[in-house]
Design a protein around this ligand. Structure first.
Ligand code: GLC
Length: 721
């Protein structure tokens, strides 16, 4: 339709029909829905009555349901305005890819985009029009369970990966039935709740917000995301969905966002609970005044918006503007001409879990695993005769992580399946040893596990945190291994030193003791559908680990928040970490540094950084600094290495990080091969938000380094004139 036709359509709509476009229901109100719900359930909504005017639905199962929902609605809607069908496709639909935090450890924007592209193919076949993805919240506290859903503690990584996902998911033309619209979330600073507890308040300076939390959302808006979702949390006292500064001033005026704003699950209604709205009608007013277009899943707008407009409290102009944004999105998706978009049972059969998607899922699982420690144990020898596979994840299918689609576990390749695929001749013994649930103190299986370890040539210890102990509403006040898994690890490793530990977790875990005793330690996160094949190939060397931590791993929960890009303080602790130094910034009972730092990750080969050079000693505002890093694969195996470029602004009007990642490139080198990786550094990358909340760069001396956080290898100085 043309915009003129849309405007005519709007003019012909009743007030109730306009309001309906801003209402979203759970599809479960209309169909029996095993997809469950993604928030607190509430009273059943008057589905049939609402269906006449409804604007969108959330979460359904497949193309057949998508078509049925659309048909049912179009038959009831006088204006025959198609529904928007929305879903959380975060890391895959039927094929599950590694969790986003794992993808961040891949430091490979193209690989992240490849996974998103395949998820798009499956989601569009399923009938999805909008995915609530990417989530790019900066997260620096592992107590917050949704840290698994973002890519990194570094907003630049979240922005680069989020933008890549938006571009490949939306494609060039949203009307192409294989493309779907992205809803970037959760705007803003949802990842910084007080005490790391989900949904809790966020208090931070505008400067910190603009420096470390807003950039990733902006990168996705600039990449063309057609929707954005305000976050549940109050931000500096005002919940995002009612926060006019955040939504009108920053999002609409400064960033020029012209897409649709959709609330999070009942976040409009929760304005009453938060204590900023006197009642549901007041909540509807506040959300509309802040420019929230769609009320997700509850009927606050449905019940109160028309009345607010009749009373002149909400202007018809504001209502029309919100409705037009929704109608334009539907039009961009081509829904008026093709209300079913990409829904196709035939396509579902063709693309779900197809070989190409599985291959990408396996490769992603391999490339996002982080080898934390390896004292000559890995890779295991292929001529191994007897393998003991021990731990609560030894035979688990729960290796997909939160936000995998319900039922994903039935498709997971388990560890035994992956090992047998690779080594059909080897004898494989499995013992659970113990559980992984919080509070599961049952030690009854440990002796059998120890016996299995003693009798094996190689031992794999598969431990971690249950996949639903991270994710939404899954905060923890402690981030150690649950239950008696450490006891199991101590006994098994003592029984057989040829043991490799696989960690399956969504949040960073504090595992200093495990790190001390494990001969080899591989962080697998939740690797998704191809978990077993990827783990086997990594353990036996068919794949060479190349992941780098996109978030530091803590010694203890007491260190949080623990951003890698910390400032120096006036009393930095000198010398090696660990021992307190009086009158310096340190702890009496533990180290300052993480157990494993941001950017760290080992390989089965070894990379030597030989040179870091710059093409000049100073640059002006219009110049760019050419930086080259020369490195060599000094080992015996082909491998990939993420070359990381860190910046330090030596003197500025505000304190600046001692190390700030400003770029990264991943390269693959054969044994003995040498390469030079080139970076361009411009004045834009030297900018920061100053005390007056202006984005500036300031003349002076800078340092550029390669290596990884807390372990910068080579450094050169240059000046900004
Ligand atoms: C949930 C989540 C959000 C998700 C939405 C729809 O509460 O906060 O990330 O997209 O509801 O499922």
């Amino acid at each position: 339709m043309t915009d003129h036709e849309l405007k005519s359509l709007l003019e012909g709509m009743t007030l109730e029909e306009k309001v309906g476009q801003l209402v979203q229901c759970n599809a479960g109100n209309f169909i029996s829905n095993s997809m469950g719900i993604t928030g607190p359930d509430g009273e059943a909504l008057p589905a049939e009555e609402m269906n006449r005017v409804l604007g969108s639905v959330l979460t359904f199962e497949n193309a057949e349901q998508a078509k049925a929902l659309q048909e049912k609605h179009l038959a009831a809607d006088r204006n025959r305005i198609p529904l928007l069908l929305m879903m959380d496709v975060i890391h895959g639909l039927r094929t599950t890819y590694p969790i986003p935090l794992a993808m961040g450890c891949g430091f490979d924007d193209a690989l992240t985009a490849e996974c998103a592209d395949m998820a798009r193919r499956e989601a569009s076949a399923c009938g999805v029009h909008v995915t609530f993805n990417p989530m790019v919240d900066t997260a620096r506290d592992a107590r917050w369970g949704r840290i698994m859903e973002t890519y990194s503690e570094e907003p630049m990584i979240n922005g680069r990966m989020g933008a890549a996902i938006v571009k490949i998911t939306q494609g060039k033309n949203l009307a192409d039935p294989e493309n779907i619209a992205c809803c970037v979330k959760h705007y803003a600073a949802y990842g910084a709740p007080e005490a790391g507890r989900d949904y809790n308040a966020v208090e931070m300076s505008e400067r910190q917000l603009r420096e470390s939390y807003l950039p990733a959302y902006k990168a996705c808006v600039d990449a063309g995301a057609r929707l954005i979702m305000p976050s549940f949390n109050a931000l500096n006292g005002i919940p995002s969905v009612a926060n006019q500064w955040l939504m009108n001033q920053v999002l609409r005026k400064e960033w020029g966002f012209d897409g649709v704003v959709i609330s999070d699950y009942d976040a409009v209604g929760e304005l009453v609970t938060q204590g900023v709205a006197a009642d549901a009608k007041d909540a509807a007013r506040l959300a509309m005044e802040a420019g929230c277009d769609i009320d997700m899943v509850k009927n606050i707008y449905y019940e109160h918006l028309a009345e607010l407009v009749r009373e002149g409290i909400v202007t018809e102009e504001a209502l029309n503007a919100a409705v037009m944004r929704v109608l334009r999105l539907k039009n961009e998706l081509g829904l008026f001409e093709n209300p079913y978009h990409g829904a196709s049972e035939e396509k579902e059969k063709a693309v779900y879990l197809c070989p190409a998607h599985r291959e990408t899922a396996r490769r992603a699982a391999e490339e996002t695993a982080v080898l934390l420690k390896n004292e000559g144990v890995l890779p295991f020898r292929k001529d191994v005769k007897r393998i003991a596979l021990i731990g609560p994840f030894a035979e688990s299918r729960q290796l997909n992580g939160f936000w995998s689609r319900p039922g994903a576990e039935q498709y997971t390749v388990t560890l035994p399946e992956g090992i047998r695929n690779l080594l059909p001749e080897a004898e494989l013994v499995t013992e659970k040893g113990c559980g992984a649930d919080l509070g599961d103190m049952d030690r009854g299986g440990i002796e059998a596990a120890v016996r299995a370890a003693k009798e094996a040539d190689a031992v794999i210890l598969a431990i971690g945190e249950p996949e639903y102990d991270s994710g939404e509403g899954r905060s923890r006040s402690d981030v150690t291994l649950p239950g008696v898994q450490m006891e199991l690890a101590e006994r098994v490793i003592a029984a057989n030193p040829n043991t490799a530990v696989l960690l399956f977790n969504g949040r960073p875990l504090a595992v200093p003791e495990l790190s001390r005793i494990a001969p080899a330690l591989l962080e697998m996160w939740y690797p998704g559908t191809e978990a077993g094949n990827a783990c086997a190939r990594l353990l036996w060397g068919d794949a060479n680990p190349c992941g780098k931590l996109s978030v530091g791993l803590p010694y203890s929960v007491g260190q949080y928040p623990m951003p890698y890009n910390r400032t120096n303080t006036g009393r930095p602790k000198p010398g090696p970490d660990g021992q307190p130094v009086p009158f310096t910034s340190c702890y009496l009972d533990g180290p300052n540094l993480p157990l494993y730092s941001f950017g760290y990750g080992l390989s089965y080969t070894r990379f030597e950084y030989e040179k870091l050079e710059t093409d000049r000693d100073s640059i002006g505002r219009e110049d760019c600094l050419q930086v080259s890093v020369t490195l060599r694969n000094a080992g015996e195996r082909r491998g990939k290495e993420t070359v990381q470029l860190y910046l330090r602004d030596r003197v500025a009007s505000v304190v600046r990080p001692i190390q700030q990642l400003i770029d990264y490139q991943k390269v693959e080198l054969a044994p003995g091969e040498r390469t030079t990786v080139r970076f361009r550094v411009t004045e834009k990358q030297l900018r920061f938000w100053n005390f007056a909340c202006r984005e500036v760069s300031e003349p002076g001396e800078f340092e550029i380094s390669c290596g990884w956080a807390d372990h910068l290898l080579l450094t050169r100085r240059f000046e900004l004139k």
